[in-house]
Design a binder for this molecule. Sequence first.
Ligand SMILES: C[S@@+](CC[C@H](N)C(=O)[O-])C[C@H]1O[C@@H](n2cnc3c(N)ncnc32)[C@H](O)[C@@H]1O
Length: 276
Amino acid sequence: MSNIVEKLTTDQESDTLENIHREKTSGKVSDKWESYLKVYDRTFAPLKDKKISLLEIGVQNGGSLEVWSKYFKNAGAIVGCDINPLCRNLTYQDPRIHLVVGDANAAEIIKTVTQISPRFDIIVDDGSHVSNDIINSFNLYFPLVQPGGIYVVEDTHTLYYKSHGGGLERKKTATAFFKLFADLVNYEHWDSKRTIEELLGNFSSGSKLPEEVKAGWVESVEFRNSLIIIRKELVPTHAKLGARLIVGADAAVVNLKASVEQAASTKVSKASRKWF
Ligand SMILES: C[S@@+](CC[C@H](N)C(=O)[O-])C[C@H]1O[C@@H](n2cnc3c(N)ncnc32)[C@H](O)[C@@H]1O
């Protein structure tokens, strides 16, 4: 769908996430930047009517869970987790909404979360926004994302703040970690014997890089202002480029088919091949 068509479609619908959020005048408070809602409307549209499970780390006043539950009307489980004990006072009429109170990265809390739903189609990290916590949460929760699912980190502007373990020049921030996912998804083209563990394994204290990352489950990483969106593959693979599909009959300028066959028959490494 072109951006224009996509925009028209989402503008015409009344039950967009943006509309649901903007029109929420009662119930619990929800706090989102408007640009996120527009991105979410495009990103989550294919999942909107499905029986999804969603986890949000950090719920504060709890209103975002009400917004998610209204948008994903067929959702099976909407789970929120917050470290603030005051969140124990939050109650919901909707039986699909569950709240777990405690540190999202603590083993017993992850166990409680997975007892509610063992896997999630969408995970949104809107928790502490501290660099080390964000990496730990990704390492601990990305394995729980369903194949084809989506992991979102919100408010990554904080990763430019020293108070949150960030800063443009800092080497070990969550932003620096996720920037390397651009290399991760291009793993099949690496000209180095460096491993994925060596590249990404020593960014955090408190968690290990999950096997899923090393096995090729990361499909893509998308950077937006204050948002990082990671998609999980349907099946794990590092061979993401796929087959080269040269079609048509007339190659009046470069005989691509012959060049590709010649390159394939000579034993040159993929990285040193000349790509036309
Ligand atoms: C920005 S607020 C969440 C706002 C909410 N998602 C919304 O859209 O309205 C961040 C919340 O994360 C919670 N938090 C911070 N560290 C956390 C942790 N380690 N585990 C779970 N929640 C955490 C805080 O208590 C706070 O309520």
